[in-house]
Write a protein that binds this ligand. Structure first.
Ligand code: PLP
Length: 376
């Protein structure tokens, strides 16, 4: 990315656009989905998804299980869609029988046009079963669009747009794609594209039609984030061609299980209630009663330059978050766990220093390397 800006209407740029589109299809798990890029962030890409396929007054179904799933409902209301928001509580996942029942009981005359879900709820560390959501929609024989926020899952947790028949998947550059913030990215299924051509909401910058038209010849209808695209091309090559997506997902599973082993050794509760939904990209941890988690994250940052996530939404002050997505390896995880333990000790939190570190190391040793002599 550290290079001079090229002409975004020249032939070199057209080749760059095409390479990025090919790589993105692989990461989204699609053959015929249409990747669309904006200078922006995940929020912009969500807005783009909504306004291209939904018209004011149309009904959508959203489960609220954290800040970002609740945020989908909030955004949808602002555009004048009729939102049925089902509150679940932080730490929960979508109950698939309830989803199927709601879709079976849906109105025949004004049915839901879309189900909006967040694959990985970044506030709670819950990864929902998108394939199960699709199965529930099929079982109810409901043809609503399935729109999925993959901001904190894509390129770190397996996502299969075609196999799960996701209609629009939305992301940003700054998480699993290992780039700085700056791009809003989405992928639209042929069905979503067809719906956008017949309807949607008033839009200009977010409109897929001119972007798709210009992308066909390697151009954009606006000035693209040129240098970000060089970075994205490289990130996609690292993920798809060098490490390989199955190995990327396995690495995140390994790193996440080591983080969870540490948290369990500390005796602190993980917010995600169902172990089958533990996130491989972020772990949200409750702090002991009486402690302000914001004090913990501030201390970790100021004393150890350790950037932990604060608790957000209902978890502000009562939980902190350990991010483990994107460009990350074993030693970085161990340093993070060690930094948490130093912070706990400084704040007088009754956690045995080294307990989490040992649990993490053992997890790594079990997943490939022999236990060293002398460690039970
Ligand atoms: N959705 C999820 C799941 C997120 O984690 C975030 C940001 O962290 C967003 C949406 C918003 O994305 P952005 O901050 O890139 O606009």
């Amino acid at each position: 990315m550290d290079r001079s800006v090229i002409d975004h209407r020249g032939p070199e740029f057209a080749a760059l656009t095409e390479a990025v589109r090919v790589g993105l299809r692989k990461v989204f798990g699609t053959e015929d989905g249409v990747p669309i890029l904006y200078p922006g962030s995940g929020t912009g890409a969500i807005e783009a998804a909504l306004v291209n396929v939904l018209s004011p007054g149309e009904r959508v179904l959203v489960y609220n299980y954290g800040v970002f799933s609740g945020g989908l409902a909030m955004m949808a209301r602002k555009f004048g869609f009729e939102v049925d928001e089902v509150p679940l509580g932080y730490g929960k996942t979508i109950p698939l029988e309830d989803l199927e029942a709601r879709l079976r009981a849906d109105s025949a005359t004004e049915p839901y046009r879309a189900v909006l879900v967040v694959h990985n709820e970044t506030s709670t560390g819950v990864t929902i079963d998108v394939e199960g959501v699709r199965r529930a929609m099929d079982a109810a024989q409901h043809d609503a669009l399935l729109i999925v926020d993959t901001v904190s899952s894509l390129a770190s947790i397996e996502f299969l747009m075609d196999a799960w028949r996701v209609d629009v998947a939305v992301c940003g550059s700054q998480k699993g794609l290992m780039l700085p913030p700056g791009l809003g990215i989405l992928c639209a299924s042929p069905r979503a594209v067809a719906i956008s051509q017949r309807g949607g909401s008033p839009r200009h910058f977010w409109d897929w039609a001119p972007i798709m038209r210009e992308n066909r010849i390697g151009l954009f209808p606006y000035t693209p984030a040129t240098l970000m695209l060089f970075g994205l091309r490289e990130a996609l090559a690292m993920l798809v061609d060098e490490e390989g997506l199955p190995a990327v997902y396995a690495r995140h599973a390994r790193l996440a299980s080591a983080v969870r082993a540490a948290v369990q050794a500390w005796g602190l509760p993980i917010v995600c209630e169902d172990p089958s939904c533990y996130s491989n990209t972020i772990t949200t941890v409750r702090v002991p009663e009486g402690l302000d988690s914001n004090q913990l994250t501030t201390h970790a940052r100021e004393k150890y330059s350790l950037s932990l996530g604060g608790g957000i939404g209902e978890l502000s002050g009562v939980a902190f978050r350990i991010g483990h997505l994107g460009a990350l390896n074993e030693l970085e995880v161990l340093a993070t766990i060690a930094g948490c333990e130093l912070t706990f000790a400084d704040l007088g939190i009754g956690v045995e220093p080294g307990s989490g570190l040992l649990a993490s190391q053992r997890t790594f040793l079990r997943s490939g390397v022999r236990e060293p002599v002398g460690v039970a």
